[in-house]
Write a protein that binds this ligand. Structure first.
Ligand SMILES: [Zn+2]
Length: 371
């Protein structure tokens, strides 16, 4: 399988983030992608390629051009406005209740993007969990290029391709970034596939978190089926979307399938959910599945609460590939660094129908560094 990767992701150099107002060492760090790259290189069965450049048109096909413009200038605005800090994060968000009683027309006319960089971050952002730094825009654009290059490998005839995207994308909605995500790599690819082929596309999201952005983008679309297995939002981010009764509207009615799982979900429960998800995809036509691949479902993940082990990733990859459709596999989350490389290898080898043996040649320090 081809692995699309660029070292340009290192420019999104995030070191700290905030959780409930408390600054902590960042989870979504450059080392994540480096660990996965090193493990796939060490495997010997994957071939690496560099992304091509696609420009902004595929991005604005799913995102508000205003979001792109904001992200492009956000860091230079931080500096121009003399704001200090390791990253840009808002402290004020336009909570819907702020506008209670106002008509949709009045909101559209009167609620505007402010000038202050933190205000703009609040206008376009979901939360304080997506630290924006000097290199973020360029790197987020690079992740989109990685995803689209993987897509083109598949549209060009490959059975599957893996885009080692960083930053991830599935929390980014049409007009919103958040949750470590800036552009929705999977949604951009799904949109580009429908445009290129005229076919229906399915997105299978197996990150620990619900892909609220992907759901939002395709909520009313009849040509993109979104199927997600994730932590119940009653207890986990993104809290306000991801429940089982969110099924789409209009042309998209019935095209959105959320499978929320309990804390402590086991391999067995996860495989049952996988079978349900795969069935829902098999039920509609189409030849390509976009996979939002996350490993924050792993038992030791610092921000997840499932109990999965490495073996189950191999089996999930195998069952998804058994659909017989071509796979554009895009990296989303996964924050337990010591296991990331092996989990990725297990999943991708499963998707290729190759057996999985743990690789003793790749070791890790206590901090998760490749040694
Ligand atoms: Zn996640």
């Amino acid at each position: 399988m081809q692995v699309v990767y660029t070292p340009a992701h290192l420019g999104h150099d995030v070191t700290v983030e905030t959780v409930m107002g408390v600054e902590i060492p960042a989870n979504e760090v450059a080392e994540r992608a480096e660990i996965i790259r090193a493990a796939l290189d060490a495997d010997g069965g994957f071939e690496r390629s560099e992304p091509a450049e696609y420009g902004t048109a595929p991005i604005t096909a799913v995102h508000d051009p205003g979001l792109l413009s904001f992200l492009e200038v956000a860091w230079s605005e931080v500096r121009r406005q003399g704001l200090n800090g390791a990253f840009l994060s808002a402290d004020t968000y336009p909570n819907r209740s702020m506008f209670e009683g106002m008509s949709d027309e009045a909101i559209a006319r009167l609620v505007r993007e402010p000038e202050h960089a933190a205000g703009r971050a609040g206008f376009w952002g979901l939360d304080s969990a997506a630290p924006l730094v000097a290199g973020t825009y360029v790197v987020a654009r690079g992740a989109v290029d990685v995803a689209l290059t993987a897509m083109d490998l598949v549209l060009g005839g490959a059975t599957a391709a893996y885009g080692l995207c960083r930053p991830p994308g599935h929390h980014a909605a049409r007009s919103m970034y958040g949750g470590y995500c800036f552009f929705n790599n999977a949604a951009i690819v799904a949109e580009a596939i429908t445009a290129a082929t005229g076919e229906r596309v399915a997105i299978l999201d197996v990150d620990f978190h619900h892909g609220n952005g992907t759901q939002q983008i395709f909520w009313r679309r009849g040509d993109v089926r979104y199927v997600s297995i994730h932590a119940d939002p009653q207890r986990q981010y993104p809290y306000f979307l991801g429940r089982a009764d969110e099924t789409g509207e209009g042309d998209g009615a019935g095209e959105n399938l959320n499978i929320p799982l309990r804390a402590g979900a086991t391999n067995e429960e996860y495989l049952e959910a996988t079978d349900r998800a795969v069935e829902a995809i098999a039920a509609v036509p189409g030849s390509v599945v976009v996979v939002s691949l996350g490993f924050d479902t792993y038992g030791l993940d610092p921000i997840g609460d499932f109990a999965l082990t490495t073996d189950v990733y191999h089996e999930v990859g195998r069952r998804v590939a058994a659909l017989g459709r071509r796979l554009v596999i895009l990296q989303e989350g996964g924050y337990h660094r010591p296991s990331l490389g092996e989990n990725a290898r297990a999943w991708l080898r499963g998707a290729e129908g190759r057996p999985f043996e743990p690789l003793p040649a790749v070791g890790f320090t206590a901090s998760g560094s490749v040694v």
